[in-house]
Write a protein that binds this ligand. Structure first.
Ligand code: ADP
Ligand code: ADP
Ligand code: ZN
Length: 217
């Protein structure tokens, strides 16, 4: 099963993609994570993406399409993947359609996580992740069971993203509405768009996603 999770920064895409990866064995493909890895590694792509990401703007279509094309062709993706943070522009969606067609793959669903923008600032400024395994947490909404210890791997180091600051969130939400929201009618017209209430509690959002995926099977 091949899925896209669509929604503004903070909507819960990463949280639900991690869960789907564990529960259904789908591969999470997060362009944000891949770009952050490139920045950390100091690669050519990382150097080009770093300043753009810090401003909360979108990295060029050419870069992210190239990254996804490489990744989707790897054998583990044959069992199904979840795109988290890609596509983000109409040009990226068209490039994705073309590459899936070439590889004989298809999209089963595009799941829009419907949320209230005003609350995304709190979600993003409270977000942090385990430095060892990447599990996601939140200062108030999702704390580790034992304070300071990752539920998944027992790690005790956590990190916050450089762009998860109140000042940058507005630019990122603007970029979503200007450049990414047009993908909603794009996928609706193709009959694959589904919606879940992203303002529900994390477990309830997961339950809504499970219900719609079970219906697709
Ligand atoms: P995205 O990948 O869409 O930017 P995340 O999955 O990283 O969003 O979620 C942003 C923050 O909000 C994280 O700290 C996460 O723990 C928290 N979060 C995710 N889903 C919910 C939810 N349904 N209710 C409350 N907080 C949530
Ligand atoms: P969030 O879901 O919180 O917005 P991501 O981790 O998906 O964050 O993305 C972080 C940043 O990486 C974006 O603000 C953007 O600069 C860049 N980025 C990630 N995915 C894409 C994409 N598909 N196209 C362009 N830029 C991207
Ligand atoms: Zn961990």
């Amino acid at each position: 099963m091949n899925l896209i999770l669509l929604g503004p920064p903070g909507a819960g895409k990463g949280t639900q993609a991690q869960r789907l990866q564990q529960a259904r064995g789908l591969v999470q493909l997060s362009t944000g994570d891949m770009l952050r890895a490139a920045v950390a590694a100091g690669s050519e792509i990382g150097k080009r993406a770093d300043a753009v990401m810090k401003r909360g703007e979108l990295v060029s279509d050419e870069i992210v399409v190239g990254i996804i094309e490489d990744r989707i062709g790897q054998p583990d993706c044959a069992k199904g993947f979840i795109l988290d943070g890609f596509p983000r522009t109409t040009a990226q969606a068209e490039a994705l359609d073309a590459m899936l067609a070439r590889k004989g793959m298809k999209l089963d669903a595009v799941i829009e996580m419907v949320v209230d923008d005003a609350q995304m600032v709190d979600r993003i400024t409270g977000r942090y992740t385990c430095a060892k395994c990447g599990a996601g947490y939140h200062d108030t909404n999702k704390r580790p069971k034992k304070s300071g210890v990752c539920d998944v791997c027992g790690g005790t180091q956590f990190t916050r993203r450089a762009d998860d600051k109140a000042e940058t969130v507005k630019a990122r939400l603007d970029a979503y509405h200007r450049q990414t929201a047009p993908l909603l009618p794009y996928y609706r017209a193709r009959g694959v768009l589904q919606q879940v209430d992203g303002m529900a509690e994390i477990d309830q959002v997961s339950a809504q996603i499970d219900k719609l995926l079970d219906r697709l099977k």
